[in-house]
Design a protein around this ligand. Structure first.
Ligand code: HEM
Length: 535
């Protein structure tokens, strides 16, 4: 409970010395007398001539995020409020729609209309946002807070998650499973049958790609990229081949526990030698003499969630070409973490297979038909990445609009500078363009058969993903310029910007590198050129 004792501004003004140091921030009175020597920004900052005994609101918000005041160790510095005044400023409010212009897509902005989102989608969005704010954000940011504390206490920038390789808390997986979020992230389909989605808010047969878009876009608001992948990105790409190509027995045995968040699965295709070039893969699967088992040997690299996965959907070289096989963690299979630019929470692994024995019943799809199994996965994976990229660029807008309004330089807010506004303009235009294109393609997905999607949308989605991640990189670089040194500092005002800028290349690589996707899109378009057209 905040301290509600009241003081007049005159009374506060009397406490203006080093040994008796009070300040006002947003009508709240703080006694910093004992805290000053512990202040991370040093004593001198608190003794500047316009601080002791005075209203330090502007000075404070130019240097700190609002969340600083909400940390328990600092909250208790508040001794009261100014008589007859109410605090006006706030930071993150769970479930809230941001009022910052362009920080939300138009369909969530009051007064705007959408041809795509129904009342049902709107209700769903509210509940999903509250869910992620209540249950996921604190877990994601707990790790970031510990990272900050670690950095502060040790003067190192090591990430705790990177040190201990911890994944998101099991309670978070369990909570997500309770409302069937893991299942919803697989998209609309038979796997939802009989499930209560978001406590029955949406009927399984009514769940569409716009619901799934909402889940993806709300999830990335936790602002932690590695942690976000730790929240079972491996399952989003590793489970569909099982759902679509696994035998009924295999599905009955492994899928329920995966969707309940009790067991974990990942996709293991890329290799140190071959990247995602499936025809260059060197992991082999050969049949035992009795034909009942595969023996798998080789290695896989950059496998998201591999560190903690129980199941691996593995691309293998077989006699007939390329085959996808579901491998259970067993003798001969080992995983070790790979240190990447984002948190080890994602469980990125190097996986080695040393004569791992797998029943042939675990084959997914036809022997030699692996390329079809893989290709059928790509569109959805890329679309998910587009949803996430589009939404995470809104976080940049939210951060940059607030920062440039509250930060003063040369005695004026940053946003009074035309060059700053030009960067904001570019950021906003890119993000609006991506979201509009994404909503269009999502609508096509809702109205096309799976086969039509594969034919008509592979190019579109490849282009959208390429465009989204190029825009994301440009906006991240612009945001760093706006935040200056803070944009490359892991703690404090610019921590989200630093994190975003460091993690943004992941989006540009996962699910297909930008140049590869660009080329794929154009090659598809070339194939569709009418034979008889001339200039
Ligand atoms: C309730 C009052 C205050 C608390 C709890 C507080 C706390 C903190 C904390 C935790 C930091 C580390 C950076 C971060 O986490 O954002 C910090 C940095 C800093 N604080 Fe304060 N502070 C307070 C008031 C002030 C005031 C009134 C000033 C004077 C303008 C000030 C000046 C600074 C400066 C210059 C830094 C370093 C900023 C940077 O490295 O970017 N602080 N403070």
């Amino acid at each position: 409970m905040a301290n509600t004792k009241t003081f007049s501004r005159e009374e506060v003004a009397k406490h203006d010395t080093e040994d008796d140091l009070w300040i006002i921030i947003d009508a709240k009175v703080y006694d910093l007398t004992r805290f000053k020597n512990l202040h991370p920004g040093g004593v001198a900052a608190l003794l500047e001539e316009d601080i002791p005994g005075q209203d330090a609101t502007e000075a404070f918000y130019g240097l700190h995020r609002h969340e600083v005041l909400e940390r328990p160790q600092y909250k208790r510095l508040q001794i009261g409020v100014i008589e007859g005044e109410e605090p006006q400023l706030y930071g993150k409010v769970n479930g809230e729609i941001s009022e910052v212009p362009y920080a939300e897509p138009t369909w969530l902005t009051p007064g705007y209309h959408s041809p795509y989102f129904t009342e049902g989608h709107r209700e769903f969005q509210k509940v999903v946002r509250m869910f992620f704010d209540d249950h996921v954000y604190p877990d994601a940011q707990a790790s970031l807070f510990l990272i900050s504390l670690w950095a502060y206490l040790t003067s190192h920038t090591l990430q705790l998650r990177e040190l201990d390789g911890k994944r998101p808390s099991q309670e978070v997986f369990d909570k997500m499973a309770e409302v069937n979020l893991h299942a919803m992230r697989m998209g609309p389909g038979k796997h939802l049958k009989g499930l209560k989605l978001m406590n029955g808010l949406v009927k399984p047969e009514e769940f569409d790609y716009f619901h799934e878009l909402i889940v993806n876009q709300e999830m990335v608001r936790c602002g932690a990229r590695g942690y976000g992948d730790g929240l079972l990105s491996g399952c989003v790409i590793g489970l569909p081949p099982v759902l679509n190509f696994g035998s009924p027995e295999l599905k009955a045995r492994i899928v329920p526990d995966i969707l309940k968040g009790k067991k974990f699965i990942c996709l293991a295709v890329s290799e140190a030698h071959a990247g995602s070039d499936v025809f260059g893969l060197q992991t082999t699967a050969t049949k035992t003499e009795d034909g009942k088992h595969w023996i798998i040997s080789g290695n896989k690299k950059w496998i998201t969630n591999g560190v903690f996965a129980d199941y691996f959907t593995v691309g293998c070289k077989t006699e007939d070409g390329f085959t996808v096989i579901l491998v259970e963690r067993s003798e001969g299979l080992e995983t070790k973490p790979i240190k990447t630019a984002y948190s080890a929470s994602a469980g990125t692994a190097y996986v080695t297979f040393d004569k791992v024995k797998v029943p042939v019943e675990n084959t997914l799809g036809e022997e030699g038909g692996g390329i079809f199994v893989m290709l059928s996965n790509f569109n959805h994976e890329r679309w998910v990445l587009c949803c996430c990229s589009a939404r995470s660029q809104r976080l940049l807008i939210d951060e940059c609009m607030k920062w440039t309004a509250q930060r003063q330089a040369f005695n004026k807010p940053l946003n009074t500078q035309p060059v700053v506004r030009a960067k904001l303009a570019a950021m906003i235009a890119r993000t609006e363009g991506i979201q509009a294109w994404l909503e269009n393609l999502t609508y096509q997905m809702c109205n096309m058969s799976y086969k039509e999607q594969a034919n008509k949308l592979a190019g579109q989605l490849a282009f959208l993903k390429m465009y989204s991640t190029r825009c994301a990189a440009e906006s991240a670089a612009d945001a760093v310029q706006l935040f200056g040194g803070r944009g490359v500092t892991q703690t404090g005002m610019g921590r989200f910007i630093e994190h975003y800028h460091r993690a943004v290349p992941f989006d540009s690589l996962l699910g297909g590198a930008e140049d590869v996707l660009a080329d794929l899109g154009v090659r598809q378009a070339m194939r569709g050129m009418p034979k008889n057209t001339r200039l």
